[in-house]
Design a protein. Structure first.
Ligand code: PAN
Ligand code: ZN
Length: 186
């Protein structure tokens, strides 16, 4: 007998991913060397503090042309010397590969920095949808008091390249201000 209807191996509850193939990556303070402007404060911080986790579902091998990966990033609320918690940020190893992000919970910002050209910032909130074009580095920042959950879908052959943007910077940093987030251009 042909079994025509099968249960998918992963469930997206609306907030998180569940199922055997889901992988979870934990990024702690010690993994974010060079990310925050105050490197002295970073050295004195608790290296085991978790800043964000990434749940991902990669149904095909990395590098598969035409395949898609799906992930949810959960960024804790907090700051280091006033600079909000954020992701490391990267550009895709195959730089022409784009990506979708969408806001699920919390308040944040998405910083986008094209290889050639000036950076810009998009507001992230539940329901916000963000198209990240190719050749554009991207970083999420949690500017709220609660956790920031953001969904993502990207090509399986995109890859992640962290070194260049870490060296060059995004040109924008976001700090806790007296009247909300303060964006500083560098
Ligand atoms: C996302 C990011 C995730 C974590 O899945 O990888 O938000 O950010 P970093 O990789 O910069 O630490 C994505 O953009 N994938 O392509
Ligand atoms: Zn990406």
């Amino acid at each position: 007998m042909i079994q025509a209807i099968i249960k998918p191996e992963v469930e997206f509850t609306g907030k998180e991913l569940r199922g055997a193939p889901v992988q979870t990556l934990v990024r702690k303070m010690k993994n974010l060397e060079g990310v925050f402007v105050d490197q002295n404060a970073w050295k004195l911080s608790n290296p085991e503090q978790v800043l964000y986790t990434v749940e991902s579902y990669c149904p095909v091998a990395g590098g598969t042309e035409g395949g898609l990966f799906f992930g949810i990033t959960h960024i804790n609320s907090g700051d280091l010397s006033g600079e909000f918690f954020m992701t490391k940020g990267h550009i895709h190893e195959k730089p022409n590969r784009g990506e979708y992000y969408w806001g699920i919970r919390g308040d944040g910002l998405l910083v986008l920095k094209p290889m050639e050209g000036d950076p810009w910032v998009e507001k992230v909130f539940p329901g916000s949808l963000h198209y990240i074009p190719g050749y554009t580095a991207h970083r999420l920042i949690n500017t709220g008091k609660e956790i920031l959950d953001v969904g993502a879908c990207w090509p399986a052959d995109a890859g992640h390249e962290y070194g260049q943007i870490l060296k060059d910077g995004f040109g924008i940093r976001v700090f806790q201000g007296s009247e909300g987030p303060r964006v500083r251009f560098e």
